[in-house]
Design a protein around this ligand. Structure first.
Ligand SMILES: [Ca+2]
Ligand SMILES: [Ca+2]
Length: 381
């Protein structure tokens, strides 16, 4: 399996780079901390693809576990079926997160397509009716790192947006949907924004105070959404590259440009927050050590934007050297839990308004450590 080989290669490469863990640097902002605690507006814990550190991602089981661990919001990434139903998958290509390869009746649906300028081969949600997708079962994306999660392979269906909303409503939490590849879905006649807004409206979640944040890595569809709904919008910012709609329409700006003070003021004209790669807040050097924090949080707050960085994960593999822990020569080292509480505490000190995490239990426990036992909650926003 190609993904496995790729991951093993990455693991081997990172293992070579592993050095002794250091101490986190980074400034703190005690004013921000005090202010947040006083207002009871603690940083939101957003279950990234659910509690995907413990269950196959984007399943009702993963979302339920995130809620049980205290997440304030759960995050469904949204793609479209052939019949225009929004379902939760990180990509429209589903061979890495479902058992589609084991369904001979769908073998002829294998395709190679260009998605956002890159060739992708496999099976795509837009080639399946919802009823067909429901025959598939979810599988763990990274069993090499998350061995135990494979125990849940084959158990769970792909959920629809409506099923995620039903779960969130029953539990009293919010949802944080992401439109995936919106320009691509427009190009095949399956625009994401209309069914998303219609579904939110049908559920009474289209107002400014709705427990919803809609996120996108593209810009033009957020501007469009800003005209379609009052629900809060979040511009995602990556640590490199540029929005794919900018590539197509010749806009020279990059994510780095959007993350400047001027870029953030521009974003504030159509969005309510930014979701930056956490490396845009605390960069890492070439040896995976943390550098001095940037001014992104302060600049975004000055533009009246909330800041929800991603993605926080417990395994040493994903952590900077500063927060890795254990015997780096041991074969389990990279999948072992590092000092992720240290990483959460650092970002909480820097004044973020929420974060995306695969391990909501750790994020919530560290929030209690950092701010006291006040609890967050979708209704506080
Ligand atoms: Ca996402
Ligand atoms: Ca569209």
């Amino acid at each position: 399996m190609r993904t496995t080989q790729k991951l093993c290669a990455v693991l081997a490469l990172v293992a070579v780079m592993v050095a002794a863990a250091g101490v986190a640097r980074g400034g703190s902002n005690d004013d921000d901390k005090g202010e947040k605690a006083a207002k009871g507006k603690l940083p939101l814990v957003i279950g990234h693809r659910g509690a995907s550190g413990y269950r196959p991602e984007h399943t009702l089981a993963a979302y339920k576990l995130a809620i049980g661990m205290g997440a304030d919001y759960v995050e469904p990434d949204l793609v479209s079926t052939k019949d225009g139903v929004l379902v939760a998958r990180h990509e429209n290509e589903i061979s890495a997160t479902t058992d589609v390869e084991n369904h001979p009746e769908f073998a002829s649906r294998f395709r190679t397509k260009s998605i956002d300028g890159a060739p992708v081969s496999g099976w795509f949600t837009e080639d399946f009716a919802l009823a067909e997708l429901k025959a598939l079962r979810a599988t763990e994306r990274i069993p090499e790192l998350r061995l135990d999660n494979a125990a849940f392979d084959g158990l769970y269906q792909i959920p629809t947006l409506q099923e995620v909303i039903d779960l969130a409503k029953s539990a009293g939490v919010g949802i944080y949907p992401e439109t995936k590849h919106p320009t691509y879905f427009d190009s095949i006649g399956l625009s994401l924004e209309e069914p998303l807004v219609a579904t939110l409206r049908a559920n009474g979640w289209s107002r400014k105070k709705a427990p919803v944040f809609i996120q996108s890595f593209e810009v033009s569809n957020l501007k469009e959404l800003n005209r379609m709904t009052d629900a809060p919008l979040v511009q995602l910012l990556n640590a490199s590259g540029k929005p794919y709609d900018f590539v197509l329409n010749g806009d020279p700006r990059t994510y780095a440009d959007l993350a400047t003070a001027a870029g953030l003021r521009e974003i504030a004209r159509y969005a309510d927050g930014v979701g930056p790669n956490k490396n845009l807040i605390v960069p890492r050097d070439g040896s995976n050590h943390l550098l001095t924090p940037t001014t992104l949080v302060r600049d975004a707050h000055r533009a009246d934007l909330v800041v929800h960085p991603w993605t926080f994960r417990n395994e040493n593999f994903f952590l900077p050297e500063d927060f890795r822990h254990g015997n780096s020569a041991h074969p389990s080292y990279l999948r072992a839990t590092g000092d992720s509480p240290g990483e959460y505490a650092l970002f909480y000190r820097l004044g973020i308004d929420g974060l995306f995490t695969d391990n909501p239990d750790t994020a919530v426990a560290t929030r209690v450590e950092s701010f006291g036992d006040k609890g967050g909650g979708a209704d506080d926003k």
